[in-house]
Design a protein around this ligand. Sequence first.
Ligand SMILES: C[S@@+](CC[C@H](N)C(=O)[O-])C[C@H]1O[C@@H](n2cnc3c(N)ncnc32)[C@H](O)[C@@H]1O
Length: 260
Amino acid sequence: MSSNVSAVAPNAKHPSSAANGYKSTTVAVPHSFLSEMMASEYLPSAMTPLCHHMQRRGSDKATFHNYTRVYHHLFQHWTRDAFNLLEIGIGSIDASVPSNMGPNGTPGASLRGWRDYFPKANVLGADIDPQTMFSEDRISTCVLDQRSPHVAKYLDGMKSMFPSFRVIVDDGLHDGATNLHVMKHLLPRLDVGGYYVIEDIRPDQQPIFSARRFYPEQHFPSPSASAESQPRYRYEFCHLAYSAPGVPTDNCLFIVQRTQ
Ligand SMILES: C[S@@+](CC[C@H](N)C(=O)[O-])C[C@H]1O[C@@H](n2cnc3c(N)ncnc32)[C@H](O)[C@@H]1O
């Protein structure tokens, strides 16, 4: 493994429109591969600022899972930037809703954690459960069903405020086919340089992402773009070391970065 981790840090940015706050941003994409930055020896062993924020807010991203260590590694240079972040999965506590947080969960926990970590970002949460909707400083929410063939249309009502996203996190239904369906429809809304992450990939679904049979640019070409201007991506399936005893075997991330 190369140790060229710092070169991977996405620390250069070129805002393309800053009127009335964040509209769309292009982030310079460095050359190294995600696999280099994902090597576990490069992940911080100590709690990161994002770990503290998520834990304080009640999200399992820093406790049951150890995703916040990866995220801090990816995002630490963006904490002073203004941009948009979308997370699918706000945190239902309704036992009848698939992938709910359980009765002791804290709806909106991760949205607040992101808001605390990125003091200038606008955070949009989307969820199938209308009971999870709320609005706070720099946090908006909308109802969205990931399985819908019109999944992207759910976000259209928010388009003036959220035309695109630098970070998209899929922490919703946790079904591989649904993950790909949503990615197909939402990747076009990812800023160049931005990251799209799928969390909690179950063992039976991991081969979809890990066997390298899935190539975002081949599967999801932009019909309106020429061959030269097609979006490009790099991607990595990360099976993370368990952060604590009893963490299930879905402690996996599929990370896509748009490079063009
Ligand atoms: C694990 S919880 C999200 C936890 C939250 N991101 C956090 O870390 O604090 C998963 C969420 O996915 C939502 N969900 C389940 N099926 C969905 C669907 N088809 N479309 C959108 N959201 C869905 C559930 O309502 C639930 O709130």
